[in-house]
Every structure is written in C-alpha cells, then in structure tokens.
Write a new protein. Structure first.
Length: 357
C-alpha cells in the first residue's frame, strides 16, 4: 500500500514537471502538486489508524465486559458474601441482625423440642424422656424449669390450676432435672423428665401437666432521674418462655370414647361456620384427627377442609369451628364431621344438611 502511494506520487510529480517544460501554465502544475500532497497525507493517516486497530485487537468483547463488571457492575450474592474487608470480620452484605436493646441475637433464637411428651406406663413403672434446649443466639441465656397443672377450655386452651387440685395432675409423679439451666451462645442442653407411676390401682388413670421453661433475665436499675417527687418508675423486663405438654395414658384406659354432642351450621355476618362440639366420656386422653367434608347435593362437587390434630382430655368438652369458603356455589349441601382415632373401628361421625343462598 505504501509502495503504491509513493510510486503514484513520483509518477504524477514527473507528469506535472513535464507539463511545465512543455510551456503549460505554472498555475496548473501548482494545483496538481497540492492535490497530490493532500492525497499523500490522507493515506498516511489511514495507515496509522489501521496499525492502532491491529495493536488493540487482542481485547475481545468478553474481556471488556469483565473489566466493566470489575469496575462497577453489581456482584452476585455469593460473591458479596465472600467479600470480607481485610483486617475485619465485616462483609459487604447489609446487616440484617435483629437487635433487642443492647443485645444482638443471631440465628433462629432459642429452640425447645419436642413440644409434647407422651407416656404409656402401667402402675409400678417409670420412664425418662428428654427435652432439648438450644441457644442459637450470640448471648448467654438462663432458664427456670417448673411444672404447671391445668385444665382445658372449650377451645383447647390451658387454664392453669393449683398443683394437686386435679386428680389428673402428674406433678406428684414427675421428676425434672435440672430445674435451672444456663446456656452459652450456641450451646445445647438436655432436660431429663422422669415419670414414676406408683404401683397402686388409683394410679391407673390418665394424667397431664405442662413443663414451663421460662427465661431468667436480670432487672436493670430503674431510671429515677426525674426531679418530680410524684413520679412512679416501672421496670419491664422482656423475656421468653416455652411450654411442653406431658401426657400419660395407661394401656388399660379407653382413649377413644369421645362423642359428638352437637353439629350445626351458622351464618354470622359474612361468615359461614360449621360448629362441632365433642365430649370425652372415657377415662383416657383422646388423640385424634378432626376434619369436615362437604357435598353439593345439586352438582355433586365435594370439598374437604384441612385436617386438624386435636387432643380431648377426659371429662372435658371441646368445640371446633370450620369456616367455609365464600366461593361456595349456592345450593343445598351435606356436611360430614369426622373424628378419626387412627382406626376404622374408632371413627366418630355426624351429618347435617344446610342451604346456602
């Protein structure tokens, strides 16, 4: 390319010179000479630009994209988690730790498992089960472990009573160790629960109790900086607590003698409710599944409401409420309420028909 340009320059230059010898005008020669000079410098500029492009060619689009990511593009979450600032334990991830006053808790907090202990002991026997307490926080925790007896409300909620007030209370046969625990951050400990049934006929009954695991927190000094002598300072210490149900069902008791005493349909405001009332007339604790099935008698469409796992204590009444969907089509319905004790031989049912306008 360069050879061609130089050759063309000298060739045309010679032509221009010969024109001058042949007595042509000097102005014509000058114009041609200037034109050739312009073409020459333009060609040099083009060659220099091409050389620059060739030298920069190894940088592909992928390399440029990577440089852009390094300089300012957002990094993936995994990369952010590993981006630790040198000389520090902090990362580039935003701090989402839950803060409670001056205490910083991490993880899920404090966990207690299981939520229920079930015994099936004959009189004269003993058994030990374990409750695990896990402190998944960054601070130490302290707990008191106590026993509380209760009776059940119609909705199944515990109503606490005095120790020894009920013949079904297990507190008199229960041994708990330890009754006080301290957990460091991230530590786990077990609570041993021993039930020792005396070898007497009167002990061949069902029983229940709640093991309460309550946090112990130091009370901070009250702020009495007010100059008003009539100021009353109150200190509130927030704490957490857990309850673990303990049930004892001797093998000889009847734990499925539960009757459905009432089954009806009600409309309250915009809500459609099917109410089921049950009573445990046996001497054992009834553990069962409770659910409702609907059939539209016009279309034959069937609907089954979610199953609930329920506990019905002997001598107590429980009420269950099933809220029907507002999308049910108008028509006549048949409803079947079911108490399932895990066997085809022990299933209690009730039926009713009602009309949805």
């Amino acid at each position: 390319m360069r050879f061609f340009i130089i050759f063309s320059f000298y060739f045309l230059k010679g032509k221009a010179f010969s024109v001058c010898i042949n007595n042509k005008t000097v102005g014509y020669m000058t114009k041609v000479y200037l034109l050739l000079l312009s073409i020459y410098f333009l060609s040099i500029t083009t060659v220099v630009a091409q050389d620059s492009i060739k030298k920069a060619a190894p940088q592909s689009a992928g390399v440029v994209a990577q440089d852009s990511i390094k300089k300012g593009a957002p990094q993936p979450a995994d990369t952010l988690k590993k981006s630790i600032v040198p000389g520090s334990s902090k990362t580039n991830v935003p701090d989402t730790t839950v803060k409670r006053g001056s205490t910083i808790d991490a993880g899920i907090g404090v966990a207690v498992s299981p939520s229920t202990l079930r015994f099936n002991l004959k009189p004269g026997n003993a058994q030990t089960k374990t409750i695990k307490v896990t402190n998944d926080t960054k601070v130490a925790k302290k707990f008191n472990v106590t026993v509380q007896e209760f009776r059940a409300s119609e909705l199944g909620k515990p109503v606490y009573s005095k120790i020894g007030e009920s013949k079904f209370g297990l507190a008199k046969w229960l041994n708990i160790s330890p009754s006080y625990i301290e957990l460091r951050a991230g530590e786990k400990k077990n609570i041993n629960v021993q039930l020792d049934i005396p070898d007497v006929d009167s002990a061949a009954i069902a029983g229940w109790v709640i093991i309460a695991i309550d946090e112990v927190r130091d009370r901070a000094p009250l702020d009495q900086s007010s100059t008003n002598k009539n100021t009353l300072a109150l200190g509130i210490v927030p704490s957490i607590g857990f309850g673990v149900y303990v049930f004892q069902n001797p093998p000889e008791v009847n734990n499925h003698n539960v009757e459905i005493t009432s089954f009806k349909y009600n409309e309250t405001g915009n809500k459609r409710i099917v109410e089921m009332e049950c009573k445990n007339i046996g001497n054992g604790i009834g553990f069962c599944s409770n659910y409702l099935e609907l059939i539209n008698l016009t279309t034959g469409e069937q609907t089954k409401l979610p199953i609930k796992q329920v506990t019905i204590l002997p001598g107590f009444v429980r009420k269950f409420y099933f809220e029907l969907s507002s999308t049910l089509k108008p028509g006549k319905y048949s409803a079947a309420g079911v108490l399932d004790f895990g066997s085809k031989e022990y299933v209690q049912t009730a039926e009713l028909e009602f009309l949805i306008q």
